[in-house]
Design a protein. Structure first.
Length: 368
């Protein structure tokens, strides 16, 4: 099967590396998507172990279409009977971008009708009750190229299960994992997030340090399908657990808000990594933690949703002074502020464009 991992723009490279480490075959990428070939075992391992991807889709077909008639005929020609049992639900959702077919509701209706017509022919049924497990159909239409997939994940892969509580503007777990991955933190150095909020970045750092698969504590749509082999999913979980590390780690998270720190501790407890992280109430502008070698990965307020722009600039300025006075800390900081480097006090050694949801950001990297 050809499988697809949608992702935030800018994260195609790290996800490709993840898939290759999982021994996936024919890994290729394009804007916002990474593809790999694999059977049910590969799908299970990807769902359980991927840290950065948004979900795992199995692509049923891909083709060009500029008319609704063309869309209908192309979808109908696909082998839906190989993917959808006769008693299962198959809702349709998706998006259109820069294409002749721009009406999402119309595309949904036409794709649904085409799949129904194909399954009627295969199962010789006049209608479908759709009372069984969900086989979510996902489509995308980009520059007249249509991709039609089955979603194997269900809830997005960022739903690790440890964060029912969050602060006002939470960072997605997948983005936090991406930032930690890009920092090259692997558990050897000290690690700190001085704007930890609900603790997502330190928790993801702890999961990476221990090599704990992020999907171990949740279930996925595909393992509930009647055609799924539970032995394959159990084997994927056992394989992931066998790869975990055990050691001593120095991971710290702090925030000026006591309520956020309490929340972070509760989330770390649910994630099973509370013993690996020290959380405390502290002002990032007074940062003075000592280390022989460490990495700071953080996502301070942007001045768009939590703080006003001037307040954010004052925060950047104060933290910039504190970090400059510290020793042996590399810094990876995510911000959408166009004047961040000026207010921080020095240009970054390197920058990488990322998207935090719909907000265009830069990951500013400072190596001391």
């Amino acid at each position: 099967m050809k499988n697809c991992v949608p992702c935030l723009l800018g994260l195609e490279g790290p996800i490709s590396e993840e898939l290759k480490r999982l021994s996936m075959q024919n890994v290729t990428s394009e804007n916002g998507r990474v593809y790999f070939d694999g059977d049910e075992s590969a799908v299970a391992r990807a769902n359980i172990s991927l840290r950065i991807g948004e979900r795992v889709l199995t692509e049923v077909g891909r083709f060009d279409a500029t008319t609704f008639d063309g869309l209908f005929e192309a979808v109908k020609a696909l082998p839906w009977e190989d993917y959808i049992p006769k008693d299962c639900a198959f809702p349709v959702k998706g998006y259109c971008l820069n294409s002749a077919l721009m009406s999402v509701p119309d595309c949904q209706k036409i794709i649904k009708k085409a799949v129904v017509e194909k399954l009627k022919m295969r199962y010789r049924l006049p209608w479908f009750s759709e009372t069984g497990p969900v086989h979510q159909i996902q489509f995308s239409v980009m520059k007249d190229n249509v991709s039609v997939c089955i979603d194997t994940s269900g809830e997005g892969l960022h739903k690790r299960g440890y964060r029912p509580a969050h602060n006002i503007a939470p960072l997605k777990e997948t983005m936090a994992a991406a930032m930690v991955t890009l920092s090259r933190y692997r558990g050897r150095d000290d690690f700190c997030d001085p704007f930890c909020g609900s603790g997502t970045i330190p928790i993801e750092a702890a999961l990476i340090a221990r090599n704990i698969a992020p999907g171990l504590r949740r279930s996925f749509s595909a393992e509930k399908w009647p055609e799924a082999d539970p032995r394959i999913w159990q084997a994927a979980r056992e394989e992931a657990q066998a790869k975990e590390y055990h050691g001593t780690y120095h991971i710290f998270g702090s925030d000026i808000d006591p309520a956020a720190v309490r929340m972070a501790k509760e989330n770390a407890e649910r994630a099973g990594v509370s013993e690996l992280i020290t959380f405390e109430v502290a002002d990032a502008m007074q940062f003075d933690r000592k280390t022989q070698g460490g990495v700071i990965v953080t996502n301070p307020p942007y001045g768009e949703r939590i703080l006003q722009k001037q307040e954010a600039e004052a925060l950047y300025r104060g933290f910039g002074k504190a970090w400059s006075a510290s020793e042996n800390w590399k810094l990876y900081l995510l911000s959408s502020h166009t004047e961040f480097e000026r207010t921080f006090g020095r240009p970054a050694d390197k920058k990488r464009k990322l998207y935090n949801g719909m907000i265009k950001c830069d990951l500013f990297m400072y190596y001391k």
